[in-house]
Design a protein around this ligand. Structure first.
Ligand code: C2E
Ligand code: MG
Ligand code: MG
Ligand code: MG
Length: 291
């Protein structure tokens, strides 16, 4: 694009900065009423057991349907929700919505299949909110979801921002019976010495490390190291962003416990979610379905 020579000779970059600020302010304004107007919703993405390709649970992901802008990406609105503190209220809403949905799905589970779990992202801002443990306990009480079926995803950077402040709450959540997951593992500035103190049962390997896995990429060494480290610490490993059978086969062969990604299914609204997708995965992706 050409440089603009407007009043006072403002350069193009000044304009876009202005525009960026305005867009941000507009989004912030709109986000303030989004929950009350019913514009927020939850999508569910399957997490599968790699050994069997059987559905093990779901990650709940927040969606915002803006009346004019359409679907706004969480990568755009979650940071705003964090800065403004709106994430505290909307996060609590999502947690309750997702827990209630999982209780319904668990009731429909055919005999012989494992109990499903639900994984919910918790941002730094929520971690620092003194009410978090009470909010989680309240949701478990009201929905009847067993704590063992709830996973909470936190990021290394979220913990690192205020380790002393959040570790007590993380331990309290663990003591409730909730499973903590370290999300996007490998992307933050984590210090291994702190990592040791996070009472997490699960490590989720960020999808950026999945590129080229199974095709000889140097990422394979990283994934192998993470799996070895986590298993030594008694933690399970979930691979995020699994898109191909090559990745799936390599991960399975190298002891990764669970996987999540477009290979198994994209995030979808509850009513569109294919349940018991062990069968549909094998049919859709392993060549069993007529085209
Ligand atoms: P995340 O928690 O790491 O979630 C995984 C993201 O990867 C999701 O993006 C998901 O749609 C995407 N993904 C899943 N499988 C694949 C794949 O095979 N390939 C590719 N390319 N992408 C895949 P989404 O839904 O856009 O969410 C982005 C981020 O926004 C999340 O990353 C999380 O950090 C944040 N977020 C979403 N919902 C919530 C929420 O309710 N609360 C909080 N605090 N953060 C949320
Ligand atoms: Mg996550
Ligand atoms: Mg993640
Ligand atoms: Mg991620």
């Amino acid at each position: 694009k050409a440089k603009r020579s407007g009043r006072n000779g403002y350069a193009f970059f000044d304009r876009t900065l202005h525009e960026q600020v305005r867009i941000r302010v507009d989004l912030e304004q709109a986000l303030r009423g989004a929950l009350d107007r019913g514009e927020l919703s939850v999508h569910y993405q399957p997490i599968v057991d790699l050994a069997t390709d059987e559905l093990s649970g779901f990650e709940a992901l927040m969606r915002w349907n803006h009346p004019e802008l359409g679907t706004v990406s969480p990568l755009e609105f979650i940071p705003i929700a964090e800065d403004t503190g709106l994430i505290v209220e909307s996060g609590a809403w999502l947690l309750e919505e997702a827990a209630a949905q999982l209780v319904r799905w668990r009731a429909q589970r055919p005999a012989g299949l494992p109990e499903l779990h639900i994984s919910v992202n918790i941002s730094v801002r929520q971690l620092r909110d003194a009410a978090l443990v009470g909010v989680v306990r309240g949701v478990l009480d009201r929905t009847g979801l067993p704590a063992s079926a709830l996973w909470l995803e936190i990021t290394e950077s979220g913990v690192m921002e205020d380790p002393e402040g959040v570790l007590a709450d993380l331990r309290a959540l663990r003591d409730l019976g909730v499973t903590l997951c370290i999300d996007d593992f490998g992307t933050g500035y984590s210090s291994l010495s702190y990592l040791r103190f996070i009472p997490a049962g699960i490590v989720k390997i960020d999808r950026s490390f999945l590129a080229g896995v199974g095709a000889g990429s140097a990422n394979e060494a990283i994934v192998r190291a993470v799996v070895a480290m986590a298993h030594t610490l008694g933690q399970e490993v979930v691979a995020e962003g699994v898109e191909t059978l090559v990745q799936r086969d390599w991960l399975r062969e190298h002891g990764c416990d669970r996987a999540q990604g477009w290979l198994y299914g994209a995030p979808r609204p509850a009513k569109a979610q294919l349940l018991w997708m062990d069968r549909s995965v094998s049919m859709l992706h392993l060549g069993g379905l007529p085209s």
